[in-house]
Design a protein around this ligand. Structure first.
Ligand SMILES: *[C@@H]1O[C@H](CO)[C@@H](O)[C@H](O)[C@H]1NC(C)=O
Ligand SMILES: *[C@@H]1O[C@H](CO)[C@@H](O)[C@H](O)[C@H]1NC(C)=O
Ligand SMILES: *[C@@H]1O[C@H](CO)[C@@H](O)[C@H](O)[C@H]1NC(C)=O
Ligand SMILES: *[C@@H]1O[C@H](CO)[C@@H](O)[C@H](O)[C@H]1NC(C)=O
Length: 599
């Protein structure tokens, strides 16, 4: 055994050390590409103004050169010049609630149970499945992932278990207890707004079996049948500044502090949810998306969460099942890979015999709720989501026409948006930087010159529509390749700005300009998160008048989750979802009507 450990320990580090470092793109290249990216989304006079500002910025011996040198120096001294800044700016300094604004939900297909007993049974298997995955993380036997033949950074897998976000007054932080000298052996269960610590390893170090977990979960449910507990977890749905303040107030009490620490240290949290409003089968997935994204409001399950926890699995009484994760430590793909493994695990028949040893009663976490804390406990924000399954075709169709499925879907989104608003908008699609050590994401700007030409021509009688579609798809594919190889523009521009702040220099005018603000106002925030399981991730819009669109292209259908804020009159998730369906169908018709030889 010790021999095996010796063999495998260090495997992860060796892999990580072999990965290339994220490059700093050339300054001139980024400036040129930025100007091109502005064209479809701002007015011509603004492009002209930016052109002038960029010339000044790039002047020989000017600010641009100085900041670029600073960035290159930083890149030579750190493992990744970007990631720490990115996590800070995109997550820890971001003060809107993590719920809806930052934390994605994940909706799994409805499971085959419809009562408490089935819920507990399934939850037990799910926990066993996560622990099985954790063994691969712990013993460093997780298979390395590849993208386009290149090995990817595996660090995010090591950040999602036993970690938690902690609110601060101005800036949050993340703790990871997996790396501590005494890594946690417990998970937290929340049922009827009450938190429990559940030890998930036997004294010999083996994980509890599904049967053992079942008994423990039943004991927890038996000990928390009353639903009149104060929903402390609802505090984690607040604006981060408010929660930061309430947090200090909460942990003044020693019992509260210990309870909070137990949640933070736990491997993950499992939420055994109460019933949600009953809906028809067609509405089921949209309703489940709300449950996974924010719990449905304080009257339903929003208090049955600890939204700071990096990973929360959610199991309802009616077969609803999914997850919610705090975004700072990781992107969607590692979470989905973990969940694919878990779903596969829950489908296997159980073979393991449970040891016949009595288990200790899971410990309930107490909270003392003062009137002050009670005042802090308030309702979460609501949002409207539409989850739609596009059943006419999946990624097989664009593939048969030799088009990238992702680019094809992105162009359908561009077309759908253009048809609704008669203009193009700044569009964000996340691109993985995991080819580089500790890489996170950059932005694929899906609105390009080519996409604008395509969507403008589509509803005209123009003859070159197919040609324009092909060009738009190709342009998207090439932007994607550029982004995943570290040559996109957005993180570089952010880096130049951060470098200016770091060196106490003034932020370049070009990065304070109205055009830059517009370029960052993403009315379409999108992400492709593929999986083996027939699931879909969902997240909220990143601007008040925008949309969040996440999709999972399967072979013969595509799962979409479209979100928009209820409070915004300009947007409608249902309308955009319908426009996407129409756009995909119209694009298919166009391709099918065009003789193959021409393609
Ligand atoms: C679902 O559960 C019912 C009743 O327990 C059972 O008859 C059926 O075979 C199950 N279906 C699947 C797909 O597991
Ligand atoms: C690592 O974990 C996996 C998954 O549980 C298991 O199959 C494998 O035997 C373990 N390997 C070692 C070296 O412990
Ligand atoms: C939970 O409560 C039910 C009903 O009182 C009881 O039959 C069952 O044995 C209890 N389960 C456990 C694990 O204590
Ligand atoms: C920037 O200013 C801060 C605070 O005034 C100071 O601590 C820091 O050393 C300065 N950094 C540089 C690079 O001059």
């Amino acid at each position: 055994m010790s021999f095996l450990l010796f063999l495998f320990a260090g495997r992860y580090l060796t892999h990580q050390k072999g990965l290339p470092c994220l490059p700093v793109p050339p300054l001139q290249q980024t400036c040129e590409r930025y100007l091109a990216a502005l064209e479809p989304i701002v007015e011509a006079d603004e492009v002209k103004r930016t052109k002038g500002l960029l010339e000044e910025f790039q002047r020989a011996g000017g600010l641009g050169e100085r900041l670029q040198r600073g960035l290159e120096k930083r890149a030579s001294k750190t493992e990744n010049w970007l990631s720490q800044w990115w996590v800070q700016v995109a997550y820890l300094d971001y003060r809107l609630p993590v719920v809806v604004h930052s934390s994605p939900g994940l909706v799994l297909p409805r499971m085959n149970f419809s009562d408490k007993k089935g819920q507990i049974r399934f939850a037990a298997k799910l926990i066993a499945g996560v622990l099985d995955f954790k063994t691969m993380i712990d013993n460093e036997t997780l298979p390395v992932e590849y993208l386009g033949g290149k090995p990817l950074c595996m660090n995010q897998y090591y950040e999602v278990l036993s970690s938690c976000r902690i609110p601060g007054l101005k800036r949050d932080s993340v703790v990871n207890h997996a790396k501590s000298s005494r890594p946690p052996k417990h998970i937290t269960i929340v049922h009827n707004f009450q938190f429990f610590v559940l030890d998930v390893y036997n004294s010999d170090g083996t994980p509890l079996t599904a049967d053992q977990l079942c008994i423990q979960l039943e004991r927890i449910c038996n000990a928390s049948t009353n639903s009149n507990s104060e929903p402390v977890g609802i505090l984690t749905t607040q604006h981060r500044d408010s929660w930061g303040k309430a947090y200090l107030n909460l942990i003044k009490d020693k019992t509260n502090k210990e309870s909070v620490l137990a949640i933070q240290r736990s491997i993950f949290t499992l939420c055994l949810d109460g019933a949600m409003p009953r809906v028809s089968n067609e509405l089921y997935r949209s309703c489940a998306a709300i449950q996974m994204l924010h719990g449905g409001g304080s009257q339903w399950n929003s208090g049955n969460r600890w939204f700071d926890k990096t990973l929360q699995f959610i199991v309802g009484e009616d077969g609803a099942c999914g997850a919610n994760y705090e975004h700072a430590p990781a992107e969607g793909p590692p979470i989905v890979a973990l969940i694919d493994h878990v779903v596969e695990y829950t489908r296997k028949p159980e073979m393991v015999r449970s040891p016949m040893v009595p288990l200790p009663m899971p410990r309930k976490l107490d909270f003392h709720i003062t009137p002050d804390i009670k005042k802090d406990i308030e309702e979460a924000k609501n949002s409207m989501n539409t989850v739609m399954v596009f059943g006419h075709f999946g990624k097989n169709f664009p593939k048969a026409h030799k088009m990238s499925p992702d680019a094809f879907i992105q162009m359908a989104l561009q077309l759908a948006y253009y048809r609704m608003y008669q203009h193009c908008c700044a569009t964000y699609e996340s691109a993985s930087l995991r080819m580089f050590r500790l890489g996170r994401t950059d932005t694929i700007r899906s609105a390009s010159r080519a996409s604008a030409a395509f969507v403008r021509a589509f509803d005209d009688a123009s003859k070159q529509k197919v040609d324009l579609m092909e060009k738009a798809v190709k342009a998207h594919r090439s932007y994607t390749n550029m982004a995943i190889s570290g040559q996109a523009i957005d993180r570089h521009l952010l880096g130049l700005k951060m470098q200016a702040v770091e060196e106490n220099l003034s932020v370049p005018d070009v990065l304070k300009d109205a055009a830059y603000t517009k370029a960052l106002h993403y009315r379409l925030s999108t992400s492709q998160v593929p999986s083996q399981t027939d699931c879909v991730m969902c997240f909220g819009p990143v601007v008040p008048n925008g949309y969040g669109v996440c999709y999972n292209p399967m072979n013969d259908h595509i799962n979409f989750a479209v979100s928009a804020f209820n409070s915004c009159k300009e947007t409608s998730a249902a309308q955009l979802a319908q426009a996407v369906v129409d756009a995909l169908l119209d694009m298919r018709t166009l391709l099918e009507q065009t003789p193959r030889a021409k393609l």
